[in-house]
Ligand binder design. Structure first.
Ligand code: GTP
Length: 603
């Protein structure tokens, strides 16, 4: 394929603005999928994506498009829209020269529109602004055009108007992709060089890598090498996604395709790695910033016998999602497990759901925490912690106050877009969450854009839910990393019948300790069922108790109700009780429901 006839592009948008629907239309118009097949949202392949209606994993598809009697190869890289998955967006963009910036004609510019625009802009990509859903009766094209002008300086006449739902304007959009987005800067004559921008695990084929070929040619049977690990592989299969794997035997500079080369595990198929021919020395392509985990949680098998099955599932899933960081961990009550780092709470939920759905693994997840830091002093402590600055992934490892100069907490800078009638509620919410407002501008006559610096710990759990509810669903939110700030932190221990339960330990701001502890104790009281003995739930900072709840003992046994002797009824009750037990975990002699560990932090 002549490089001049290749276009690599991506669709970026706020959640629900219609990326997947538009991608389906593009696939249909180019006959990549048939119109008759009702397999809507072809690129959203994962079960979780279909269920939740969100794109989690970026997917790529190659389309053939006839333009002025010439065939063009359009490589569409689908990207997720949720704030947790920005990392996937920036990765996808590294394989592109242009983007379609999709904005809903009714909802207008939202927080992720802003974030995604800047990701594309800073990567010097050609941006095609597109207004979607113009078929809607409630569309407000003039307001949206004004927002695009105000925020991004996009001229109204440059904005294409489409309806991804019924296809209006989509053909024009494809023409614009060919006309406006430049072909990839590729050199066929140079030695082969490819950027691995994604990888996933296929049950039958093993690791599959998505590669953007920057220079040269790669063929089936070639010996290739990873610039990062220096390991060599033989290319067993390669080709394009059309829309699923179609072997082509060869990939040329400028193309985007997949390569299968016997890469066995996560560490071998590292996203961001450069591939080249074995024995050649090429300059590695600029990789991308490694994803920074924002939220950590312990993950344990529900049943110890499932440990190795869970380990295999984790290995495979992390191959699909390299943004999850994995550390081996151990807990007294839950045994051998892992502490996983996620980009955000949705990311964590989705990951756990995938573990259960795709790998049939039953897991216990502990309450999430953010990566706090402590600066320790004293030669002995520097040695013990391997340096002055200690990052705490597991709250029970927080160094004691008497060896700590200061504690630090991770901060974010948030962007909130909302109608100005909710101004005071939004300001109150931000203040309540220890936020500091740094900017405020109108993007049209009634909508405000807020910039606010917030502690990450204050937003991970339910900030967005609260924001949505106080603005009747009209606010959108996105955030970026904003370094660390000194904070007055304390460790709160939770005790069940005077026994410290490490898995429930949490770190919080001193000013918050009492309120949070009360919440956690009463949440536990709600989730732990009554048992044959009394249970006390206590929260303590150091040796001082700051909250307490009691669960009274249960006297009746389950069979008491069925005096007489209907044996089948008795069996049923016992069976139900046994099933209930399966969802429990013993801590000391107390049965604690599996989901208690994660529920405790929800307000
Ligand atoms: P994520 O993958 O979660 O980021 O969402 P998305 O941007 O891919 O949105 P999706 O394509 O799933 O569309 C969201 C909703 O908008 C769906 O209910 C679509 O049917 C609807 N929708 C998409 N395009 C149009 C359009 O042109 N007109 C109308 N009326 N509805 C549309």
């Amino acid at each position: 394929f002549p490089v001049e006839n290749i276009r690599n592009f991506s669709i970026i948008a706020h959640v629900d603005h219609g990326k997947s629907t538009l991608a389906d239309r593009l696939l249909e118009i180019t006959n990549t999928i048939s119109k008759n097949v009702r397999n809507l949202q072809v690129l959203d392949r994962l079960q979780v994506e279909r269920e939740r209606g969100i794109t989690v994993k970026a997917q790529t598809a190659s389309l053939f498009y006839n333009y002025n009697d010439e065939v063009y190869l359009l490589n569409l890289v689908d990207t997720p829209g949720h704030v947790d998955f920005n990392y996937e967006v920036s990765r996808s963009l590294s394989a592109c020269q242009g983007v379609i910036l999709l904005v809903d004609a009714n909802q207008g510019v939202q927080a992720q529109t802003v974030a995604n625009f800047y990701l594309a802009f800073e990567s010097n990509l050609t941006i095609l602004p597109v207004m979607n859903k113009i078929d809607l009766k409630v569309a407000k094209p003039d307001v949206v055009l004004k927002q695009l002008k105000n925020i991004f300086d996009i001229k109204p006449e440059d904005v294409l108007k489409v309806s991804a739902k019924n296809g209006t304007g989509v053909e024009e959009l494809l023409r614009a992709v060919v006309e406006k987005i430049p072909p990839p800067p590729a050199d066929l004559a140079k030695p082969f060089r490819g950027l691995m921008f994604d990888s996933w695990y296929d049950q039958y084929k093993g690791a599959v890598a998505n590669v953007a070929i920057c220079d040269g040619v790669v063929r089936k049977g070639d010996k290739i090498q990873s610039c990062n690990t220096k390991k060599t592989y033989e290319v067993q299969e390669l080709g394009i996604m059309h829309p699923t794997e179609v072997p082509t035997g060869v990939l040329f500079a400028g193309q985007v395709g997949y390569i299968i080369a016997n890469m066995k595990n996560v560490n071998e198929a590292q996203v961001g790695d450069t591939l080249c021919h074995d024995g050649t020395s090429v300059e590695p392509l600029p990789g991308f910033k490694p994803a920074r985990a924002m939220v950590f949680a312990g993950v344990y098998p529900s049943d110890h016998t499932e440990f190795s099955a869970l380990r295999n599932a984790l290995n495979r899933l992390t191959l699909n999602d390299s943004s999850v960081s994995v550390h081996v961990d151990h807990s007294p009550a839950l045994g051998q497990g892992w502490r996983l780092g996620f980009l955000g709470l949705l990311h964590m939920d989705v990951f756990n759901q995938r573990l259960e759905q795709e790998y049939d693994a039953s897991v216990i997840v502990t309450a999430p925490n953010v990566p706090y830091k402590a600066r320790v002093f004293g030669a002995k402590n520097l040695k013990k912690y391997g340096g002055e600055e200690v990052t705490i992934l597991n709250p029970c490892h927080l160094p004691d106050p008497h060896v700590v100069k200061e504690y630090l907490e991770p901060m974010v800078i948030g962007t909130i877009l909302f109608p100005d009638q909710y101004l005071s509620s939004v300001m109150n919410l931000c203040m309540e969450r220890r936020g500091e407002q740094v900017d405020q501008v109108y993007i049209d006559d009634t909508r405000l854009m807020f910039k606010v610096i917030l502690p990450l710990s204050e937003i991970v759990v339910d900030f967005f839910d609260d924001l949505k509810s106080i603005t009747s669903g009209f606010a959108s939110f996105d955030y970026e990393d904003h370094g660390y700030q000194v904070a007055d932190l304390v460790k709160v221990n939770i005790l069940l019948n005077s026994r410290d339960v490490e898995e429930l330990t949490l770190i919080c701001h001193r000013a918050r300790a009492r309120v949070t502890s009360k919440q956690v104790c009463s949440k536990l009281k709600e989730t732990i069922p009554r048992q044959l003995f009394k249970i006390s739930i206590q929260a303590a900072v150091g040796s001082k108790f700051i909250a307490r709840e009691d669960i009274p003992a249960l006297k009746k046994d389950v069979l008491a109700k069925c005096y007489g002797g209907d044996i089948s009824r008795k069996m049923k009750l016992l069976k139900r009780q046994a099933e209930g037990k399966k969802r429990m975990r013993k801590i000391g002699n107390i049965d604690v429901p599996k989901d208690a560990f994660i529920k405790v932090l929800k307000r």
